[in-house]
Design a binder for this molecule. Structure first.
Ligand SMILES: Cc1ncc(C[n+]2csc(CCOP(=O)(O)OP(=O)(O)O)c2C)c(N)n1
Length: 624
């Protein structure tokens, strides 16, 4: 096997030319085999096999710096840098990350996970290189989907100012997770599909060059000018006009052509964008046919392409998807916005039912929130659905454009809490803190599928900024007997006893209930409260609890700093209530990748640890 000859970075350079094609095939077979077992990002990785090989053949790692935007497509890079063994434990707790990690290899120049950061990070490395008088190359590889994110343009806008070489590889497969959207995507399509056009350019160039003596000079002069005539022979004018040399488009599955164009880019003494055309899912028919399904996948059958399914129960996302469509039928003010995640957030259903009222804005969370604010100012009821960790991007827009104007925007915060195998970059564990601190914002979270449905309806009716957070995965079907109407700012008491009160946020319901059962079995009495609202805090309830209780335990899947527990604590302290508070949540550290149950065990968010902690805390109180 040729792949076995690759033990570390740069080993690829010792392969014979005829071995390279075999290597590409072996890499594809390897990735399909491994990802079919572990799950992971398949389609994007199959698309960049030759591109990654070419980059490794042209550049020197780890001296040269290679940055992968989002980073989900870095599997071949990991294989070529001696991490083949890691694929058995890909994305598992303690195993190899599915994203580049500086801590994992010196060949990973920058950690990524969220999109559109690679050009900024690359420019930073270029600036650092220039200041220190060093001479390594910097290459940022960014997908056309990630080019819809604002940061990419902010960085491009800056790029021309930096001296020396900087290679931006635009990996254009015409896809984000689903079809790519927007003006830039159209522009790239123009460059991509204009064979005739590029042919015409070539024709003009060739004809000019044939003019004796002066021909070559004229072509050179035209290339140098800023005039419209330049458009006749230079594609990628948009980039050229920004001071970035454009090379391409080049077939991203033709290794020889890739090597040639990358060498040319490497020689340039200025920022250069290499436009590479690839096919997402290349080499595996089910992924080529349905790249969105195989963007990120669970384990699947290689023969049929069937992905192993869960229990068949509805996820929280499915419930949201169905209920919002239902609401949309009777309320034509409701509009839905996604930032390139129509499938993931379940808004694809709304898009089908109400195409006029659905917007995919690309990977542009900041824009999504301000756009929603505009829609709300214009009299609509916007619902922005995004993942908790990506909402982090739009913190200022939420404050400045939505909350300051008190606009009725509903933010559906999906994948809140621990998400698992994507790791640190994707855990949704900060939203309760950063949303609760904003004036005018309301934050709530459901205990089960029925409460999610009720809360969605409540949020759509509510006339102000409101964020509804729910987690990844199957919607809880327990506690169905408790379905009191949602009342603004009011918690829900499920069982009322005395001494110890357990207050949980949203999907911590199941865990909290099992903790209470265990405490009861051990002889303690315990009140159980579904917080429902994290903001505003139900202060009346805390005052009420203070009469018959001594210990209040809060449980949330959010960082403790600024979360529900810390708000309870600060109110109880200010109001001088005779209550002790024990807050259970995520400690002040980034939570790595792994199965969610394993992660909960690691951070002590599990029944035995919590029960023991409560028993100990309560004993201390009694001792005082
Ligand atoms: C800020 C942010 N929003 C959303 C995502 C989710 N996401 C991961 S990959 C991806 C599509 C990326 O498309 P592209 O850059 O073209 O890469 P491809 O997978 O097509 O190679 C999206 C939307 C993300 N990683 N970061």
């Amino acid at each position: 096997m040729v792949l076995e000859k690759i033990q570390k970075e740069n080993d690829i350079k010792s392969l014979l030319p005829e071995e390279l094609d075999v290597l590409a095939q072996e890499i594809r077979a390897f990735l399909i085999d491994k990802i079919s077992k572990t799950g992971g990002h398949l389609a994007s990785n199959l698309g960049v096999v030759e591109l990654t090989m070419a980059l490794h053949l042209v550049f020197e790692l780890p001296e040269d710096k290679l940055i992968w935007d989002v980073g989900h497509q870095s599997y071949t890079h990991k294989l070529l840098t001696g991490r083949r063994e890691g694929f058995d434990e890909l994305r598992k707790f303690g195993g190899m990350s599915g994203f580049p990690k500086r801590g994992e290899s010196p060949c990973d120049a920058f950690d990524t996970g969220h999109s559109s950061t690679s050009i900024s990070a690359g420019l930073g490395l270029v600036a650092a290189r220039n200041i220190q008088g060093r001479d390594f190359n910097v290459v940022s590889v960014i997908g056309d989907g990630s080019m819809t994110g604002g940061m990419a343009y902010e960085a491009l806008n800056n790029a021309a100012h930096q001296k020396g070489s900087f290679v931006i590889v635009l990996n254009d497969n015409n896809m984000s997770i689903s079809e790519n959207v927007g003006g830039m995507s159209n522009y790239l399509s123009g460059l991509r599909t204009a064979d005739v056009y590029t042919g015409l350019k070539k024709g003009v160039e060739d004809t000019l060059k044939r003019i004796p003596v002066q021909g070559e000079k004229i072509v050179y002069q035209i290339r140098k000018t800023k005039s419209g005539i330049k458009q006749l022979i230079v594609p990628g004018m948009l980039f050229e006009d920004m001071g970035i040399t454009y090379l391409g488009p080049v077939d991203g599955h033709n290794l020889k052509k890739l090597i040639k164009v990358l060498r040319e880019a490497k020689r340039m003494d200025r920022p250069t964008l290499v436009h590479v055309l690839t096919k997402k899912g290349k080499g595996y028919a089910p992924a080529e046919e349905n790249p969105a399904k195989f963007h990120g996948t669970g384990p699947f059958s290689i023969e049929t392409g069937e992905v192993q399914n869960g229990s068949g129960k509805d996820s929280y996302t499915n419930v949201f998807s169905k209920v919002l469509c239902d609401i949309g039928k009777n309320n034509d003010k409701v509009v839905a916005i996604t930032a390139a995640m129509a499938d993931g957030t379940g808004l694809n259903r709304f898009a089908k039912c109400f195409p006029q009222r659905f917007f995919d804005v690309g990977i542009a969370e900041e824009h999504a929130l301000t756009f929603a604010a505009g829609l709300a100012a214009g009299g609509m009821k916007p619902v922005v659905a995004l993942y908790s960790s990506f909402l982090q991007r739009a913190f200022d827009q939420t404050i400045h454009d939505i909350c300051m104007q008190n606009l009725p925007v509903m933010i559906a915060v999906d994948r809140a809490g621990l998400v698992g195998n994507d790791g640190e970059t994707h855990q949704g564990v900060f939203d309760l803190s950063f949303l609760s601190m904003i004036p005018n914002m309301t934050v709530l979270s459901p205990k089960n599928r029925w409460e999610l449905a009720d809360m969605i309806r409540f949020c759509v009716e509510y006339n102000g900024p409101i964020a509804l957070r729910y987690p990844r995965g199957e919607a809880f079907e327990g506690m169905g007997e408790f379905r009191a109407p949602i009342v603004y700012g009011k918690s829900e008491i499920l069982y009322e006893e005395e001494n110890i009160a357990l207050m949980f946020v949203g999907h911590m319901a199941e865990l909290a209930e099992s903790v209470r059962n265990e405490l009861k079995a051990t002889g303690y009495s315990c009140t159980l409260v579904n917080a429902r609202f994290v903001k505003p805090l139900d202060t009346k309830l805390l005052e009420h609890l203070s009469k018959e209780h001594r210990l209040v335990v809060t449980i949330e899947e959010n960082v403790l700093t600024g979360g529900f527990g810390s708000q309870v604590l600060s109110f109880v302290s200010e109001a001088n209530l005779p209550l002790h508070i024990c807050s259970i949540g995520i400690p002040d550290e980034f939570v790595e990748q792994g199965n969610v149950d394993v992660l909960r065990r690691e951070i002590g968010l599990e029944k035995p640890v919590i029960v023991q902690r409560i028993i100990d805390e309560y004993a201390k109180i009694l001792d005082r």
